[in-house]
Design a protein around this ligand. Structure first.
Ligand SMILES: NC(=O)c1ccc[n+]([C@@H]2O[C@H](COP(=O)([O-])OP(=O)(O)OC[C@H]3O[C@@H](n4cnc5c(N)ncnc54)[C@H](OP(=O)(O)O)[C@@H]3O)[C@@H](O)[C@H]2O)c1
Length: 349
């Protein structure tokens, strides 16, 4: 299983603005336990949730400082605990244990989330495959059961998750309408394949969506924004529509509440929660935590199908910026200010 390692890391020394509370320190990274691997990190993505955790406004995963944030990682497995030995020496992308610890040169990763990366896929591209595409796959196919010919509305379509959802929606045969903040992002959504893209920065998208669906409303909406955007979405859902509640970037201080679900009753559409993390044994996980997580087997199948689509050119990972490890806090700030598109990948060099 190995010994503890000393690693260069970004540490949240307090809860607050990442540019103020993140500090570069050398930390001890423990050896991997059962069904865990320790990774020599090459790259990782900047996730919106990382900022939420550092600011202390995400009650799903409240962490007390000091801690190393970072909820995804890419690299080579240098050691493994019992049950995960087969990963040693392999390139993987995965979720660090406890969904934090990734902002470091070494990270302990839950092997249940570890996905093998083939040689033909570079580290930067592979890093951008994990959350956006696995999450969108799970949400669109497994939660919403999106069918070819249906209409899909993707909010924050130019973002990390949104840019994957647009592409997968098109690949699954849906007609895709995207929303995004500002003309550059709207144009980017079109580039990614959206049939229509609407600037929702000042609200008022529901009417345009209803018009674009000839009055019917959409079948599925992938919503990572929450708040006023979710409430307005209620006005453009079609009969038997499904809203995928994936995140609440707008509304994070409320952790998604309060949301008045009454329009779902009168509108005959459904609200579907989406949480993506894989469990080796979903029933055991449910009994221990009360949470329903999909199985690792379903994640591995999704991963293989996604790799096939990538190789065949049906989808592409969307990396618009790569930054050195030194510049992580500024990269987080840009995402929080809504200045980023697709994924920002941090390279450790
Ligand atoms: N459920 C799950 O398992 C799961 C897992 C991972 C991530 N997520 C969620 O997925 C969402 C997207 O994550 P990401 O890393 O890909 O982020 P991202 O989409 O790259 O960035 C967030 C985007 O949200 C939009 N936004 C709308 N209102 C905002 C506000 N008030 N402040 C900041 N941004 C706002 C912005 O796009 P516009 O400028 O176009 O509006 C912004 O670019 C997050 O909400 C995250 O919590 C959920």
């Amino acid at each position: 299983m190995g010994e503890p390692l000393q690693a260069d890391a970004w540490v949240a020394t307090a809860l607050g603005d990442p540019t103020k509370v993140l500090e570069r320190q050398t930390v001890e990274v423990r050896p991997p336990g059962p069904n865990e691997v320790r990774v020599e990190v090459s790259t990782f993505c900047v996730n919106f949730n990382d900022t939420d955790i550092v600011r202390g406004r995400w009650t799903t995963l409240p962490l007390q400082p000091p801690f190393v944030p970072g909820m995804d990682t890419m690299g080579v497995v240098e050691s493994a605990g019992p049950g995960a030995e087969h990963f040693v020496g392999r390139r993987i992308v995965g979720i660090p244990a406890g969904a934090h610890g990734g902002f470091a040169r070494h990270a302990v990763v839950d092997a249940t989330s570890a996905m093998l990366i083939p040689d033909w896929l570079g580290d930067v591209e592979a890093t951008a495959l994990h959350y956006p595409f696995h999450l969108s796959w799970f949400a669109l196919l497994e939660r919403a059961g999106l069918e070819p010919g249906e209409t899909l509305l993707v909010h924050a379509g130019a973002g990390g998750v949104g840019s994957a959802a647009i592409q997968l929606g098109k690949a699954f045969g849906a007609r895709v309408i995207a929303t995004a903040g500002g003309p550059e992002k709207v144009a980017f959504c079109k580039e990614l394949g959206a049939d229509e893209a609407i600037d929702y920065r000042d609200g008022g998208f529901a009417e345009a969506v209803v018009d674009a669906t000839f009055g019917a409303g959409v079948d599925v909406c992938l919503d990572t924004v929450g708040g006023s955007v979710t409430q307005e979405t209620f006005r453009c859902m079609g009969m038997n529509g499904r809203i995928l509640l994936v995140g609440y970037a707008e509304d994070i201080t409320n952790d998604g509440a309060p949301l008045n679900p009454a329009p779902a009753i009168y509108g005959n559409f459904g609200l579907l929660g989406v949480c993506l993390a894989y469990a080796a044994d979903p029933l055991a996980h449910r009994m221990m935590t009360g949470l329903n997580w999909p199985s690792r087997a379903s994640g591995v199948e999704a991963h293989q199908r996604l790799l096939g689509m990538l190789r065949d050119g049906d989808i592409r990972t969307v990396v618009t910026s790569t930054v050195p490890f030194d510049e992580l806090p500024e990269a987080m700030e840009r995402q929080e200010r809504r200045e980023t598109m697709g994924r920002t990948v941090v390279q450790l060099g």
